[in-house]
Design a protein around this ligand. Structure first.
Ligand code: NAD
Length: 497
């Protein structure tokens, strides 16, 4: 059986730890390949390659860096289908959705192509007599990225293009569940002319992650994944003196006010809840229906959800694919199975769903739970599957309070025709990304992505200006070119005159 190996110093390096893990096709349940799981020593080899490459890449010209990035942009553009097929084969999402993921990753590459503008420093002349001050930003060194299964190409591309454009070198540890797309997008950087060692990929599990978190030559860590692991990554990397941004899980609410266009709200709720089988950190997993909208809205969502075609991601007629693993499928099903006992009305139950001819795939149908209570498991946990909870609130204030009581604060949306209410919501809601009649408000590349509360640990959001700040550190240079007459010792604190 073919194995998926590491990519270190510009070449494939076979796993030597003796450990590997299964990669399955979620549509068939069959193991298609094995992925090498790195030992601490193999991680060290990748970090050493990145450290050596930093000696020249860190001081390379902006022209040299952007030349690679523009070539990379063109290569990625030409390989969209191939990358999307790799995503579908290991993640399971439908091809059109996988293409969307590649497009959103490309957006960050385009941002990185414009790094020349982002890295322009600041200069103040004559701050004091014959004194100028300039602020510059410099790369950190070796940066590590640890990424989740649900966007195997896009999330790595949230990180390495910008980090590398800023002059850093990079070690990526992709999800071991679907590693091929991340590996391919990294290899394309070499084809675009990136020097060996600037971007390395080590596959692995906790062993590899822990080594990256403690390695003295890793300056910073970008992480995207679930909240418990994000919290751990932030604490451990910080304790080891590293800069860290750790994006976690979510429970994203859509507040539907009585004046909303209910058809538009129902379309949006179905698209955002069940797209990618709910395995999106920006999926809408809770709809809060305000006033008397609940019954009509639930009916409209249910009508639409019942028509969604579920099937293999590589079948063009499929709208929703399988879940990532059998274990995850069973966990998602358990929330639906336990919902009625915890007071919810089960409007749609997808737990018995299977696809003919693909009976071993990780299938689950769409589930819709109504009148869900805030202390039920289905509401409190991030289910990360095609399960939409509907909650009821009497007023805007009650709905807002419910959303703000959630420990998560990634994305949220309001559906209304009332500009005043929408304006209040965007100021009052405690979440990092807000949609006004937009269900999945993933920011464009030149604005940063990040949540609040348990959805992000650290100070920096990812990509956009925050990304550039995260991957660089500031330096301020104060310069005087004195006249011969300027001499003399003065022990006082420097003052401007
Ligand atoms: P995960 O936390 O299980 O894994 C993420 C990464 O951490 C993987 O590379 C994995 O190998 C590693 N990892 C797992 N367990 C570890 C441990 N005990 N110690 C060290 N490393 C460990 O997440 P996942 O299941 O791959 O992805 C889904 C989660 O990611 C969801 O919670 C989703 O909301 C979240 N997510 C968040 C965002 C965001 O931007 N906030 C984006 C995408 C996904």
């Amino acid at each position: 059986m073919k194995t998926i190996d590491h990519w270190i110093d510009g070449r494939t390096v076979q796993g030597a730890s003796g450990n590997d893990g299964p990669v399955t096709d979620p549509a068939t349940g069959a193991e298609t390949t094995r992925v090498a799981l790195a030992s601490a020593g193999e991680v060290d080899a990748a970090v050493a390659a990145a450290k050596a490459a930093f000696a020249t890449w860190g001081t390379s010209s902006l022209a040299a860096r952007t030349k690679v990035l523009f070539a990379y942009r063109a290569l990625l553009d030409g390989h969209r289908d191939e990358i999307a097929e790799l995503i579908t084969a290991e993640h399971g999402k439908v091809h059109s959705d996988a293409l969307g993921e590649v497009a959103r990753g490309l957006e960050i590459v385009e941002l990185a192509c414009g790094i020349t503008t982002q890295l322009k420093g600041e200069l103040s002349t004559e701050v004091s007599s014959r004194v100028d001050v300039s602020s510059i930003r410099q790369p950190l060194g070796v940066v590590a990225g640890i990424t989740p299964f649900n966007f195997p190409a896009m999330v790595p591309m949230w990180m390495f293009p910008l980090a590398i454009a800023c002059g850093n070198t990079f070690v990526l540890k992709p999800s071991e569940k679907d590693p091929s797309a991340a590996l391919r997008v990294a290899q394309l950087m070499s084809e675009a002319g990136l020097p060996n060692g600037v971007l390395n990929v080590v596959h692995g599990d906790k062993v590899a992650v822990d080594r990256l978190l403690e390695h003295p030559d890793v300056a910073a860590v970008s992480f995207v994944g679930s909240t418990p692991i994000a919290r751990y990554i932030h604490a451990t990397a910080s304790a080891n003196g590293k800069r860290v941004q750790a994006l976690g899980g979510a429970k994203n609410h859509m507040l539907v006010l009585p004046d909303a266009d209910l058809d538009a709200a129902a379309d949006a709720a179905v698209s955002a809840a069940y797209g990618s089988a709910g395995e999106r950190c920006m999926a809408i997993s809770a709809v809060v229906a305000v006033g008397d909208t609940g019954d009509a809205l639930v009916q409209k969502i249910s009508d639409r959800a019942a028509k969604i075609k579920i099937g293999p991601g590589n079948d063009p007629s499929s709208e929703m694919g399988p879940l990532i693993t059998k274990a995850h499928r069973d966990k998602v099903a358990s929330y639906v199975e336990g919902a009625a006992a915890q007071g919810a009305e089960v409007v749609l139950d997808g737990t018995g769903y299977t696809v003919e001819g693909h009976e071993n795939g990780h299938w689950i149908g769409l589930s819709l739970l109504d009148k869900v209570s805030t202390d039920s498991d289905a509401y409190r946990d991030e289910i990360f599957g095609p399960v939409l909870c509907v909650l009821r609130a009497e007023t805007y204030e009650e709905g807002l309070a419910l959303i703000n009581a959630s420990p998560f604060g990634n994305g949220t949306a309001i559906y209304t025709r009332d500009g005043g209410a929408a304006r209040r919501f965007q100021l009052e809601v405690q979440a990092g990304m807000v949609g006004v009649n937009v269900p999945i408000p993933v920011p464009v590349g030149y604005h940063s992505f990040g949540g609040w509360k348990d959805s992000l640990f650290g100070d920096h959001h990812i990509y956009g200006n925050d990304g550039v700040h995260f991957y660089t550190r500031g330096k301020v240079v104060t310069t005087r070119w004195p006249d011969p007459s300027d001499g003399g010792v003065d022990l006082g604190f420097p003052r401007n005159h």
